[in-house]
Design a protein around this ligand. Structure first.
Ligand code: AMP
Length: 281
């Protein structure tokens, strides 16, 4: 596996691959890799000729300086995991490579970003859209892989691809979970042992709401049941829990609509670790 640290080196490599007619898969990450990331890479390797994984803790998508400072960074361990998973080139740029000058362009995704992560992390999706569009221009992938764990992110990336006519396919990959249901996340490493035992309650709450929706309960009732379940554990600080249309991400109607797919999405903190998760019904 090659390691590329400059934007021109990545552009030159992906241009050469394109000239050879090779299909390029891109897996953007912020590193501290876990099995969820590696499954994205393995899938990309199975569906393309070459795979670029990027590791960049993107400062412009953090609205909390402490969260950015504490975000786990494990470049050597990550590099060792990526080769065996089928990664051809690891792009690990410094901030100066991605932001030679501070970005002035601002993205506005309208209603898509006025809810959930967009509402609670102002500027987050502007930073995501900025860095993802830069990576698309530099790596020129045929397919780009994103996790459904970050449902609002993949929805916004799809919108950006459509709005800006990026010539690539966005692939959304199902959430990879620990055996106890906790969604894998780089941030899980920062949980205390006690909070790690409490964290699966987040997924349990989502499943509880999902069962209620499947049984024909209203979105409001399912949402309240999940909120009540989480409230039994005082160490979990719930930021939001919403039942939303899985495509538009807007709040679900109060009464069930046949054939509508719904996403139950939450963000919560355990100590100073903020986690998100969702289940689509
Ligand atoms: P991150 O490094 O957290 O920015 O994640 C990089 C990519 O991996 C994003 O597209 C995430 O949605 C995806 N991802 C993160 N955690 C998981 C997971 N547990 N299952 C599937 N994909 C994930």
């Amino acid at each position: 596996m090659q390691i590329l640290q400059s934007a021109p080196a990545l552009q030159a490599q992906t241009e050469a691959w394109r000239q050879q007619g090779l299909r390029i898969g891109l897996v953007p990450t912020m590193g501290a890799l876990h099995e969820g990331h590696l499954q994205l890479v393995r899938t990309a390797a199975a569906e393309n000729d070459v795979v670029v994984a990027s590791i960049f803790v993107n400062p412009t998508q953090f609205n909390n300086a402490e969260d950015f400072r504490l975000y786990p960074r494990l470049p050597e361990a990550d590099a060792e995991l990526l080769g065996p998973a089928g990664c051809t080139a690891l792009f690990m740029p410094g901030v100066e490579q991605m932001y030679p000058t501070p970005a002035k362009l601002r993205f506005d995704f309208g209603a898509l970003e006025h809810v959930m992560e967009g509402a609670f992390r102002p500027g987050h999706f502007n930073g995501v859209a900025t860095v993802v569009s830069k990576l698309f221009h530099l790596a020129r992938p045929h397919r780009a892989y994103f996790g459904q764990k970050d449902l609002q992110q993949v929805t916004i990336v799809r919108q950006m691809v459509a709005d800006l006519s990026f010539d690539l396919e966005v692939v959304a990959f199902p959430t990879v979970r620990e055996a106890d249901g906790l969604a894998m996340s780089s941030r899980n490493r920062r949980l205390t042992p006690a909070d790690r035992t409490r964290a699966p309650r987040l997924y349990q709450a989502l499943e509880l709401a999902a069962e209620q929706l499947r049984a024909g309960q209203s979105a409001a009732a399912a949402r309240q049941a999940a909120i009540d379940y989480l409230a039994q554990e005082p160490a979990i600080q719930l930021e939001y829990l919403e039942v939303a249309d899985a495509q538009t991400l807007q709040p679900a109607p109060t009464q069930p609509v046949a054939e509508q797919s719904l996403a139950i999405c939450l963000a919560a903190s355990l100590g100073d670790v903020r986690l998100i998760d969702n289940v689509v019904v």
